[in-house]
Design a protein. Sequence first.
Length: 438
Amino acid sequence: MRSIRAAAVGAVTLSLALAASACGGGSSSGGGSDDSPRTLTYWASNQGASIAVDKKVLQPELDKFQKQTGIKVKLEVVPWSDLLNRILTATTSGQGPDVLNIGNTWSASLQATGALLPWDAKNFAKIGGKDRFVDSALGSTGAEGKDPAAVPLYSMAYALYYNKQIFADAGISKPPATWAELVADGKKIQAKGKSALGAEGSNLSENIHHVFVFAKQHGADFFTADGKADFTNDGVVTAVKQYVDLMAKDKVIPTGDAEYAQNQSVSDFAKGKQAMLLWQSAAANLKSQGMDASAYGIAPVPVQSGTPGTGTQVNSMVAGINLAVFKNSHNLDGATKFVKFMTSDEEQKILNTAYSSIPPVKAAQEDATFNSPSNAVLKDTLAKSAAALPQVADESQFETAVGTAVKDLFADAAAGRAITTDSVKSALEKAQQQMPAK
């Protein structure tokens, strides 16, 4: 999902129980209908540089849908800081949209509310079949063994973006492939008076995404096989410490980045203030801030050793946006038609080009439009070395609890306090205590 969303994910903690039999789409009856066949409401997430940009991208496509079907779509672009709370309010009040975007890491948590339409074989058949979508994207649509709660819309992956001129000035001929190389390159860059690597230390989602990857690289998971929180195992502790140590010990992340939470590290990179950025599908964001694509290169996120792949060579979470339907929509048929339209080959090319994301639909992803060198890195990562965050009902609480723990550790690092194995473990123990009892 997009990393600019705020800590509002914690609201799930109090809302899941209330929403277990809740409804959406403006109905309080608990069941869908086709009572309003000529209209739909759509909550879109803020994918572009601004809400105005999103409206400019989406409205022509919604007009196209209306021309084809006679169904008018009322669009609202919702900021990430508000989106989850708005969704949860809709699940409990029954006053919500027909169709909405959700961050793919929320899929299982929102699935647990019972408010979303399950995408069983019959519903997938209405939009062309489940096999149209790439497996990595389908892996972030709900809990394993259950029908998906949403359909993939935009796929993203993390990559390492690097400033070509800063690298050349520091005598670095290629991007780092391992974390040890990144730290070594960072020292050379700092010797030339530039910042090495940006981070969003106060952004809970960014924290989670990165420590999840580090944990995978240490052969660890945040949850046991039966879905219980396991935040203090040795691999997780090592992973969190290694990430925070990029500031605390290795000093390649500036201490000021401990306070970043609103894409400031992206702006620093776009303005040439720093040499490297770890980000999801950043091309459109960088372009909107005036950075020409020729000024930077893109490479896979580093691993501990070797090359990216599965297991301990994972180097990205499966990032992306899913499209969901409130199951008691007043226009279930129209909502399904809208999902079919938005995931059609043609629309997937248009929308994912606009947002510099990767289509989760196979046919669209294979289009020449997405064969640029930068997209090749993202596509290869999604296909070979990305893993889905835990698809468990408590995932959103996990993001808040552990994301906050990492935020606090970055604050300690910025203040010059020692980051030890014991201090990391203590922070993670507190985070685990915040999780629902099993």
